[in-house]
Design a protein around this ligand. Sequence first.
Ligand SMILES: C[S@@+](CC[C@H](N)C(=O)[O-])C[C@H]1O[C@@H](n2cnc3c(N)ncnc32)[C@H](O)[C@@H]1O
Length: 299
Amino acid sequence: MDSPGHDHRHGHGHGPEHGHGHAHDHVPHGHDADGLAELLELDASVFGTLLDQAVAVAVAHAPRPTRTVVDLGAGTGTGTRALARAFPDAEVVAVDADAGMLERLRSGLAGTGLENRVRTVEADLDAGWPDVGTADVVWASASLHHVADPARVLRDAHDALVPGGLLVVVEMTATTPVLPDDVAHPELAAHLERALGQAGWNRYPDWSPYVTDAGLDLVERREPSAVVPPGPDVTRWAHATTSRQREHLADHLDPDDLAALDATAPTGRVDTNDPADPAPTHTVGARGGRIVWAARRPR
Ligand SMILES: C[S@@+](CC[C@H](N)C(=O)[O-])C[C@H]1O[C@@H](n2cnc3c(N)ncnc32)[C@H](O)[C@@H]1O
């Protein structure tokens, strides 16, 4: 299905997904999994300020002391690491159905000093709530829209939270490259938005009524956004994003749009460490956003 089956919701938004917002294709394999993992890391690096803002919401509302944080659909662990840093007394339990993602997550911890406070649990949320014990904070970033029955997962999250415990759901919005004027035609951003919508890219509803239905009190809903100027990381990010969009959205874009996208990723200008390319030019910026919902289990 394209979006969770519930009346008053419609999907929107997009991000470093593996192509579609379908609930049952959540475990990408091989090349696609590598691409998704790379993009998740690049996205967190380029849009670090957005991750910081989402984590700040969690810190602002989390119960004290915060001993256990559960990261649902943790992926490569960008959120896991940020949460472990933000909650220095907590154990962070990273849950994911994809063993390869959890392997990457564990390697990404090496040398961070966080290794002893992060535990990984391989579990499919569609099969039931994982055995993670009680939680002070449950965090789900770009993952809730992947599960088959998000209402059930949210009810289970409610039950797993201590009274006063906090659920934070994060989704990505409007992640597009900002192309130089001589490359982009004025409608490209709008066309990309439309194509992403048509392709069902990262589709999700407004989670507000879902969290309320699960018995949680919504305490904050925030929509941070950022425009990041050109630079080496943004060039890598744009290359990964546009090649993915190019691959998945070709049927939904005009030839002009495709030509503009192609012009953002000139091969040989992406690897800034390549001595054969002494003067890489970074001309592409990045625009991104998040929606953050924070909801508390009543005491
Ligand atoms: C788009 S990634 C987001 C990763 C990470 N939270 C982030 O923000 O960078 C979605 C993750 O959810 C995981 N996932 C999807 N469906 C799942 C399910 N039913 N049970 C457990 N994990 C799932 C995927 O394997 C993937 O790692």
